[in-house]
Write a protein that binds this ligand. Structure first.
Ligand SMILES: [Mg+2]
Length: 176
């Protein structure tokens, strides 16, 4: 098992390098935080996360950065049961888990309404390119995940966010 504290320390060190960080980090669930479709599982199962997820979550919390969920799972009851079982449910400022035929535009409108965070101050991770394309058009820095969230893809996200930030003149971000 991965050492959560070690991953957290590495993530915190990584975040220390950037001049600007997102105010809110949004995660998909299936094949982003955990390696399965929760609709194919039973509520009685014991779920597990990708190895680096908890460490990264704790680092975000340590830096005072909010986290949220945007999932199109058709079984929100199983998803929320799993989040509870994994003891990470209370870490999210908002959880938008509902099915949609489209990409996650509606999810992000709701997240924006409930948090007040501008789209350009958000960073988003998802394994579905359709969602990445749609949500990035809203101004959210969006990162395609191929093997779940890990330190590598997390660094890629922070880098892309800060480059985009530097390119824009409007500085409304969470400056350090
Ligand atoms: Mg997914």
């Amino acid at each position: 098992m991965e050492d959560v504290e070690k991953v957290k320390a590495e993530a915190l060190q990584m975040m220390g390098v950037f001049q600007v960080l997102p105010r809110l980090v949004v995660f998909d669930l299936d094949y982003t935080l955990w390696p399965f479709y929760c609709e194919c599982r039973s509520k009685r199962d014991t779920p597990s996360l990708y190895p680096h997820v908890k460490g990264i979550m704790y680092a975000l919390k340590g830096e005072g950065i909010d986290v949220a969920i945007a999932s199109k799972s058709p079984t929100p009851d199983i998803a929320t049961t799993f989040l509870d079982k994994l003891s990470i449910s209370s870490m999210f400022v908002t959880k938008e888990i509902f099915y949609s035929w489209q990409n996650k535009t509606d999810h992000f409108q709701k997240i924006h309404s409930s948090t007040g965070v501008p789209f350009k101050s958000m960073l988003f991770f998802d394994d579905d390119d359709n969602n990445i394309q749609g949500v990035s058009k809203m101004g959210v820095t969006s990162i395609l995940v191929r093997n779940g969230v890990n330190l590598g893809v997390y660094k890629e996200g922070l880098t892309k966010f800060s480059l985009k930030w530097d390119a824009s003149k409007d500085k409304q971000g969470r400056r350090k």
